[in-house]
Design a protein. Structure first.
Length: 456
């Protein structure tokens, strides 16, 4: 076999391949065998029809077509390996010559991973938020914990903000009660904003047995988006009582003996969270600067496919789960379809560029992924997906996605190398020294964020 490669542009090549006919022998034998199993000829046992009879009865052309279809993938792969290119997607194959007994010639055009020159990233400088935890932050954290331990007790008075009320609801549109417009025994905290617009005003001031009617635009269900006349009846009013902030509360709500110890732990946890957020911010900003420095050509077909994939995932997965159409989502976001497509294209370009340049850096730095690193990443991905590690691992293996996870970890390590060489300062002008563990985990998060499929 002879092959040559022609560069059409930085992301596409044409392979020209010539195959001596004798190299088709195995595929021809396989073609005759396959046809033998599919047809019957009077006077011959099934599977024992001579090749000359098959040629006479069914045509040599049918045999050649079967043989060529069988052989093309092998010869294409050999040509790709010989040319040392990294194909992306399926090739466009054109058989240019097929002479029986002499020659098979074909061309294959395919998008390729472009050659990328890693820029000098040693001069990258970024500024990130300083890690600062105020007394107010600590008090807010403790208050949230206090809210979780609140109790409710029935009261015989008018409902007020913060009270928990039990409600019966009925929604009408054009005077007709909706099939899904009746609900009983709904528990609602006044002021939480978790139900219909206008309900807080309607129930505030009502005692148990009180009733009110108001108009609200429905956020879901069979009449989503329509104005409905909603009748609400309060069947019970309960007041929320918060525990006292003292040592006894600390002992009840935590492993600490005193409130001061609980507050000190809250401060430490908030600092750790902000440090991780700071590390993630550093990764994202360093990555943005790296992408500005690098020239990364993008294959048109790959970009088109990525845009379509992101749009499909948004429409049929994320928005579908929320009961929203793309049109409704854009209306809520205040965007036109043109703006949405422009943003999707920009996100897709960033995702592809990120993958290309970090993969090149992985090769240049000869970065490897250990089993321990892969397991840690899998555990984190499982936690964010809501699945157990075993369930997530099984889904990854069955879906053939192990190489994808390995790639994520490797690209995270590559980005960590760039961050290590960059100068990172906080808004107070202090140099930020990222811990190795935070740096690696945050880098993986930053890479995922750049490559993710258009989260809503």
């Amino acid at each position: 076999m002879k092959s040559a490669v022609e560069t059409l542009n930085p992301t596409r090549v044409r392979l020209t391949v010539e195959v001596p006919f004798e190299e088709l022998k195995d595929s021809l034998d396989a073609a005759y065998k396959k046809i033998n199993q599919q047809v019957t000829v009077k006077g011959f046992r099934k599977g024992k029809i001579p090749a000359r009879v098959i040629d006479q009865r069914f045509g040599r052309g049918a045999v050649l077509e079967e043989a060529v279809n069988d052989a093309l993938p092998k010869f294409y792969t050999e040509a790709v390996n010989e040319a040392e290119v990294n194909p992306l997607g399926q090739p466009e194959v054109d058989i240019t010559e097929l002479k029986d007994g002499e020659l098979l010639a074909f061309t294959a055009e395919v998008d390729i991973r472009p050659a990328i020159e890693i820029p000098d990233y040693s001069g990258i400088e970024v500024t990130v938020d300083a890690v600062e935890v105020s007394d107010e932050d600590v008090e807010k954290s403790v208050q949230q914990l206090r809210e979780r331990f609140a109790s409710t007790n029935p009261v015989e008075r008018a409902a007020a903000e913060g009270d928990v009320v039990t409600l019966d609801l009925e929604a009408k549109v054009d005077g007709e009660v909706l099939p899904d417009g009746v609900a009983e025994g709904v528990s609602y905290t006044i002021g939480s904003g978790e139900l219909l617009d206008g309900i807080d005003e309607a129930v505030t001031g009502l005692e148990a047995g009180g009733e009110a009617t108001f108009t609200s635009q429905l956020k879901g269900g069979s009449a989503e988006g329509k104005d409905a006349e909603v009748t609400v009846k309060v069947t019970a009013v309960s007041a929320r009582e918060l525990p006292e902030l003292d040592d006894e509360f600390a002992q009840m709500a935590s492993e600490f003996d005193t409130l001061d110890e609980l507050k000190a732990d809250s401060r430490k946890r908030l600092e750790n969270m902000k440090q991780f957020d700071q590390a993630t911010q550093a990764q994202e900003r360093v990555l943005d600067e790296l992408l500005k420095l690098a020239e990364v050509p993008i294959p048109e077909k790959l970009l088109e496919d990525e845009i379509n994939t992101r749009k499909h995932n948004l429409e049929h997965h994320q928005l579908g789960q929320m009961g929203l159409t793309l049109e409704k989502y854009l209306e809520i976001q205040g965007k036109t379809e043109e703006e949405f497509l422009a943003e999707t294209k920009e996100q897709a370009e960033k995702g592809i560029k990120t993958q290309f340049i970090l993969d090149e850096l992985v090769n240049k730095e000869k970065l490897n992924v250990s089993q321990e690193e892969l397991t840690e990443h899998l555990m984190r991905r499982a936690a964010s997906s809501g699945m157990s590690p075993d369930q997530f691992a099984q889904a990854v293996v069955e879906g053939g996605q192990v190489p994808m996870l390995v790639g994520e970890v490797a690209r995270g390590k590559a980005l960590a190398v760039v961050v290590e060489a960059a100068k990172v300062v906080d808004t107070n002008g202090e140099t930020v020294d990222l811990e190795d563990e935070d740096e690696t985990e945050a880098a993986a998060d930053a890479v995922e964020a750049a490559e993710e499929k258009n989260e809503a």
